[in-house]
Design a protein around this ligand. Structure first.
Ligand code: NA7
Length: 537
């Protein structure tokens, strides 16, 4: 057993983008910092999500750290890099920042106990490692806790079966196989289907809710073209903190319904051609707040998708006449040739709303109509206990001995989406009640990471040993998150944005929908007011 003794200032959990940025910032300030990670290497989500076709849906240079020593020498090969390239990037981060020397891999944190007599955490990992840091920072990611529905008979299946986020690191050969993909609207399912669709023997897509996917418009990038643009990177990295979603482009400052039909059509065509999240982030400003406006955008989307599908059955199942939910209130997925896969003669779509799964058998999946779909492999692209699961899976006990999982059972209580009352000196990043789902990862975690690093510095420089969110400030923050969300259409979809994908989880808005720029400003103002809303001693 290795004991990280009481000289440790900060323990970070997780070595994805957030954990590495935090390690870098805190080490620069001169503090002793260590990372525990359950994975065998750095990369966070890109260590675990190595399923066929896994790639990021935020384009570069937004989806990389703004550390000059890193971006100056690095060049990507694609506008939306895949997991293999992202893992190379993480190795490059190590080359430049020498991070791995401060990381314990294969070290899954299982518990954290607050010790009021020392004002330190006692953190224990499954492999017996223990740490006693002054501050504990959870960089566990918003989707680190895979969700597998409780399908009857799942363990009896005799073929290959993996959740996308627990995909084996060696290649799984799908060529010529009868593959069942359980999917609905997730990005993971869309990516697997379009990647393996063209090569498998037969593909059966078990769909609950159709995916309202938009075009990615992937591009190959040369080093030269990136070098030419790098002069702008410092401006881009500042600008992304000034927009609603953390890109440098922003919502169109006009209502959908104010535009003439001609103006609207031309503008939507322009966004469609740009690809990526432009169709969401640069769209009319009432897309996600006004149902009538939303219906117009849905109608445009449906027409575009139907044009690509040959079979009327597939058209209705994948781009229904009546929208399954307002457009863009479930995380939209970026696709490359997803819809074309459904024109192949070896692809079957099973509508689980009409015909649910009754059990998984040794040979495949049985549905309510009695049909046993025989399969060689099942891909579980069934998502995550998002936003809270990475935190609540750890047995964290605070001042009164209660766990954070118990506290959050009726709903999340946090202050600024980074701290929670009763849990002093504990910070979490890229989690609930922050801008997580409405912001690209690196933008969000750098905003939160800088704020947390400054807070740790403030505490240490002033010889304070304990900071804890005030219960009233926390209650007000929660109410603010709920009120802002209530102005939009988010509650009209059952999604992980609302915690609605996990049975028994409280259904409520889990993200700050007030804009990245406002979130950043509010957090900075609170710090400038001497950490208003926190009890410090
Ligand atoms: P998601 O987006 O949560 O998608 C999971 C999918 O699994 C979703 O379409 C669900 O259908 C479907 N699902 C979940 N439970 C079941 C059951 N019981 N039966 C059938 N289908 C089911 O997860 P992803 O991994 O794809 O993506 C996660 C995010 O990570 C993604 O947004 C990226 O930003 C990164 P539903 O739609 O609820 O009907």
């Amino acid at each position: 057993m290795k004991d990280h003794n009481s000289s440790l200032d900060v323990l970070i959990v997780g070595s994805g983008f957030a954990g590495i940025y935090q390690l870098y910032q805190l080490r620069k300030l001169g503090y002793s910092v260590h990372i525990f990670d359950a994975a065998g290497d750095t990369g966070g989500t890109w260590y675990w999500n190595c399923y066929p076709g896994a790639r990021v849906d935020s384009e570069i240079p937004f989806y990389e750290l703004s550390i000059q020593d890193v971006w100056k020498g690095w060049a990507w090969t694609e506008r939306f890099p895949g997991w293999k390239e992202l893992r190379k990037y993480f190795n490059y981060l190590d080359e430049k920042l020498n991070v791995k020397k401060d990381i314990s891999f294969n070290t899954r944190v299982v518990s954290a106990r607050w010790n009021s007599s020392s004002d330190r955490w006692i953190v224990t990992a499954e492999n017996g490692q223990v740490a006693h840091p002054r501050f504990l920072i959870l960089c566990t990611g918003f989707s680190s806790m895979p969700y597998v529905p409780d399908f009857k008979g799942l363990e009896s299946f005799e073929g290959i079966c993996h959740h996308t986020a627990r995909w084996p690191h060696e290649d799984v050969d799908m060529k010529g196989k009868r593959v069942g993909v359980i999917v609905g609207t997730g990005a993971s399912g869309v990516q697997v289907i379009q990647e393996i669709g063209p090569e498998v023997g037969h593909l059966t897509v078990f769909q609950r809710t159709p995916n309202l996917a938009i075009p990615m418009r992937q591009e190959k990038l040369s080093r030269e073209s990136q070098e030419k643009r790098k002069g702008l990177y410092p401006t881009i990295y500042k600008r992304r903190r000034q927009t609603y979603t953390g890109y440098y482009y922003d919502r169109y400052p006009k209502s959908t319904l104010e535009a003439t039909p001609e103006e609207r059509l031309l503008y939507l065509e322009e966004l469609w051609a740009q690809g990526g999240f432009h169709f969401i982030t640069s769209n009319y400003n009432d897309l996600r707040t006004n149902q009538e406006a939303n219906d117009e955008i849905y109608a445009f989307w449906r027409q575009k998708v139907r044009e690509r599908l040959h079979d009327p059955y597939m058209q209705e199942k994948l781009a229904p006449t009546i929208p399954p939910h307002p457009f863009g209130v479930k995380r939209p997925c970026l696709e490359q040739h997803y819809y074309e896969v459904f024109n192949q003669s070896n692809v079957t779509l099973v509508d689980l709303d009409e015909c649910p799964i009754t059990e998984i058998t040794a040979k495949g999946i049985r549905t309510a109509d009695g049909v046993e779909h025989e399969l060689d492999a099942i891909v579980l692209a069934t998502g995550f206990d998002s936003l809270t699961g990475g935190i609540t899976q750890i047995d964290i006990k605070g001042v009164d001995g209660g766990t954070i999982a118990e506290k959050w059972k009726p709903g999340v209580y946090s202050y600024l989406g980074m701290t929670s009352a009763n849990f002093p000196n504990l910070f979490f990043m890229y989690g609930p009640q922050g801008p997580t789902a409405f912001c690209n990862g690196p933008t969000c975690l750098e905003i939160q990471g800088d704020w947390i690093a400054n807070c740790v510095k403030y505490m240490i420089e002033n010889n304070y040993t304990r900071i804890e969110a005030d219960a009233k400030a926390e209650q007000d923050w929660r109410q603010r998150v709920l009120d802002i969300s209530a102005r939009g259409l988010w509650s009209k979809a059952k999604s992980w944005y609302m915690g609605a994908n996990i049975p028994g989880k409280a259904i409520e808005p889990l993200n700050w929908a007030g804009g990245v720029q406002n979130y950043d400003r509010i957090c900075i103002e609170i710090a400038e007011k001497g950490y208003e809303g926190f009890n410090i001693r």
